[in-house]
Design a protein around this ligand. Structure first.
Ligand code: MOS
Length: 754
């Protein structure tokens, strides 16, 4: 194991007592800022060569010619892999054995299904030679017209959306609720295609040794990656060793092994040498997933008393011609506002695009910007303040299911966020505020929500005679600080301080930590760590309480507590014994135990589980030029127990910045003629830079949840995107009086309307 995967430095703030709750800095922070963290593409095993993808410049058709002679003749080029000669696979890349098996483009034939699809791989001694070789292929095509955008001509109703939700859900009678309403609004909102654009591109260094495979690649789900590769290559999962100690972001795009990563493994097999394959930025706009565009129709009815009588949310989106993935954009309407009638539905069109994929708050982010805009429009139409309207329609139970919430401190989020922001000073009508430079100022708000999910995970705990402990779980730190938070949970679970706790993560030989996705990683792997610690402490307690020589003899397993490397007798703490003494007397060097976690089906059946938040936004708009700046954001979030407030705030900030980006910046533009993404680069695909980021505040609202899991942890990774985008859009309306329903909002929308 490489040294960077073992960290047991002592953080400056470490104290005796509980590690959970301390605002520690990232354990891997120093490695990252000094360049000591080794990312996948930083690896250069002996004899390594380089692979470069050649990708399709058309969106639909067939490859009819590749100039293989020219590419092979280029100095340094070792091989060109095409459908004609690529090594065999044990599994059809177009197989779909379960819903989370995404179809891959692995040179299985000459068909082109989207622009940017890999059509050949050139392997060479140097990156330059491989790049030049790929350019020399000069492909020719038989081209069919590309189908682009939401008005494509192959509509269908998906069988399921998101992670298996029904495509249509209804309670009550929305049509009757609308017909009887005193106020009705109907509005259509559009969101664009977005790409994950993690800072670190998908990269792989793959080396075969017979049937054993060693891989450096970023992954949000090591065991799933291992299983997928095992299936494709027909080898045992245990023969695959994946190292993924650091990820430069993932946002969902590294949740599953992608086609280019598998092509890197194929290239290594073909040339019999270790191969490195790294995507160029523009190559990330195709085979590694994206957020599909949506068109959403919102219909709301409100009675004379200001309560909702009906809420209809219909979302149309796009998917690829060869696979199924749909953002459940309308499902956000299931949770947030009380209404006697709610109907949500989805439809999609198949277009010539790479298959869309989970992307930070998939469904919740897109759905939220439409719903929160519509709520704002409805409040205005009813003559009500947007916060008062939300409180009037506050959901005391989950509207769609009627279940009580396991916990819901949203009212406190509204109150604390509004107070901090100064919401009570907001003029009701738009276009009422100017700053000292004459810019229009607007204030808007949105509600944030994300489900509190849990998946399955495992961890292994070790206590050693020298008084230290080890916790192992193959968790994934894509920048969110997981490593640090898990080490904190591990230290508490072992009854040790952080300095005596080693936390091992990031490789596939460790216990399966599940996927770092769905904002569920901390709860899922955290509970496995918690249980593993409890199990090893129970073994230790057995050794002590069953031994007449121990001061704890006869206390029984429940009669001891573990703290600071000692077991204490409950109720008589003068009687205690150190871990080391217990193990030494038993003649043991170390003991270990495993722990697992999974969602509790009984609790899930009884309660609706969500994190909540309220986001308040200020924007300034130039009245002449239409230029929009987000200037101030306050978010207040309640997400159960906080393991590390510094890292949690950082997650909220990241999400809120993405919300600003959603409202004002990001958009992938597909050329309607070629189907190519025209702005497949970070120059023209606009993500916020520091100058675009407003003053940010994230308030952590206290919330105790006895039902989600024993530690009371909900997720914090995705919720910040929701709520924020709508808050910014609503602030633009409040500044200008102009309602923009197509995102991102651009200055020309304010000058001309569209
Ligand atoms: Mo996230 S889109 O669940 O990685």
């Amino acid at each position: 194991m490489s040294p960077e995967i073992r960290l047991s430095t002592t953080p400056a703030h470490a104290r005796h007592g509980s590690s959970i709750g301390q605002p520690l800095t990232r354990r891997d922070g120093a490695l990252k800022v000094t360049g000591g963290a080794r990312y996948a593409a930083d690896n250069h095993p002996e004899g390594m060569v380089h692979a470069v993808l050649a990708t399709s410049s058309i969106a639909r058709g067939r490859v009819t010619f590749l100039d293989l002679d020219a590419a092979k003749a280029h100095p340094g080029v070792l091989a060109v892999m095409t459908p004609a000669n690529r090594p065999p696979l044990a599994e059809d890349p177009d197989a779909k054995l379960h819903p989370f098996m995404f179809r891959l483009d692995l040179l299985q034939n000459d068909l082109v299904r989207y622009a940017g699809q890999p059509i050949a791989v050139v392997i060479a001694e140097t990156l330059e030679a491989a790049t030049e070789g790929a350019a020399l292929l000069a492909p020719r095509y038989e081209t069919l017209p590309a189908r682009v955008g939401l008005d494509g001509d192959t509509p269908f109703i998906p069988a399921a959306v998101g992670i298996g939700n029904p495509a249509e859900v209804r309670i009550g009678d929305v049509e009757a609720g609308l017909a009887g309403a005193a106020t009705r609004i109907e509005a259509v909102y559009e969101t664009p295609a977005q790409y994950h654009n993690a800072m670190e591109p998908h990269a792989i260094v793959a080396a075969w040794d017979g049937d054993a495979l060693s891989i450096d690649t970023p992954s949000q789900a090591l065991a799933m990656a291992q299983g997928r590769i095992a299936g494709l290559f027909g080898i045992a999962p245990d023969n695959i060793h994946i190292r993924s100690p650091f990820l430069g972001g993932g946002f969902g795009s590294k949740g599953f092994i992608t086609g280019p990563q598998a092509l890197g493994i194929l290239a290594a097999r073909m040339v019999g040498r270790p191969v490195k394959l790294v995507l160029r930025r523009e190559q990330m706009y195709g085979p590694v997933g994206h957020r599909a565009p949506t068109r959403q129709r919102l219909r709301l009815g409100v009675g004379r008393d200001g309560t909702l009588t009906a809420l209809g949310h219909h979302a149309k989106t796009t998917s690829s011609t060869y696979d199924d993935f749909f953002e459940p954009a309308a499902d956000v309407a299931h949770t947030l506002y009380a209404s006697p009638a709610i109907a949500t539905s989805h439809e999609a069109v198949r277009i010539d695009t790479g298959t869309p994929l989970f992307m930070r708050a998939p469904g919740e982010a897109t759905g939220s910007i439409a719903l929160e805009s519509a709520i704002d429009e409805t409040a205005w139409a009813c003559g009500m303040d947007p916060l008062a309207f939300r409180l009037k329609n506050y959901a005391e139970v989950e509207p769609i299911s009627g279940k009580p919430f396991s916990s819901k401190a949203l009212r406190e989020c509204y109150a604390q966020g509004a107070e901090r922001f100064g919401w009570s000073r907001r003029p009701f009508a738009p276009r009422q505020m100017r700053d000292e430079d004459g810019l229009l100022v607007g204030w808007g708000m949105g509600t944030a929500t994300f489900p509190a999910l849990m998946f399955q995970a495992e961890a292994r705990a070790v206590l050693k005679r020298d008084g230290t402990g080890v916790m192992e779980s193959g968790t994934h730190d894509m920048g969110q600080g997981a490593w640090t938070a898990f080490a904190q949970i591990a230290a508490d679970a072992l009854g040790l301080d952080m300095a005596r706790t080693e936390f091992r993560a990031g490789t596939s030989d460790l216990p399966d930590a599940g996927i770092a996705g769905g904002s569920a990683h901390t709860a899922t792997a955290g509970m496995a760590i918690h249980h593993a610690g409890a199990a090893v402490i129970a073994r230790l307690a057995d050794l002590a309480t069953g031994d007449a020589r121990s001061p704890l003899f006869g206390a029984g397993n429940a009669g001891v507590v573990a703290r600071d490397g000692r077991l204490f007798r409950r109720g008589d703490e003068s009687r205690s014994e150190s871990y080391g003494d217990i193990l030494a007397r038993a003649g043991l060097g170390e003991i270990d135990a495993r722990g697992t976690s999974a969602a509790d089906p009984d609790a899930q059946a009884s309660y609706a589980m969500h994190a909540h938040g309220a986001v308040f936004a200020e924007v300034k708009v130039d009245p002449d030029l239409g230029q929009i700046r987000a200037t101030r954001l306050v978010g207040a979030f309640a997400a159960g127990r906080v393991i590390n407030s510094r890292l949690v705030r950082s997650q909220y900030y990241g999400g809120m910045i993405w919300g600003v980006s959603f409202a004002l910046h990001e958009q992938a533009v597909a050329d309607p003629r070629s189907g190519r993404i025209l702005n497949a680069n970070l120059g023209e695909y606009h993500i916020p830079v520091n100058a675009d980021v407003p003053a940010l505040e994230a308030l952590i609202v206290e919330e105790h949840d006895p039902h989600v899991n024993a530690l009371g942890i909900k997720g914090v990774g995705e919720i910040g995107v929701t709520g924020t985008a709508g808050a910014v859009a609503n602030a633009v309306w409040h500044a200008t009086g102009r309602r923009c329903r197509r995102f991102p909002i651009r200055l020309d929308d304010l000058l001309t309307g569209r």
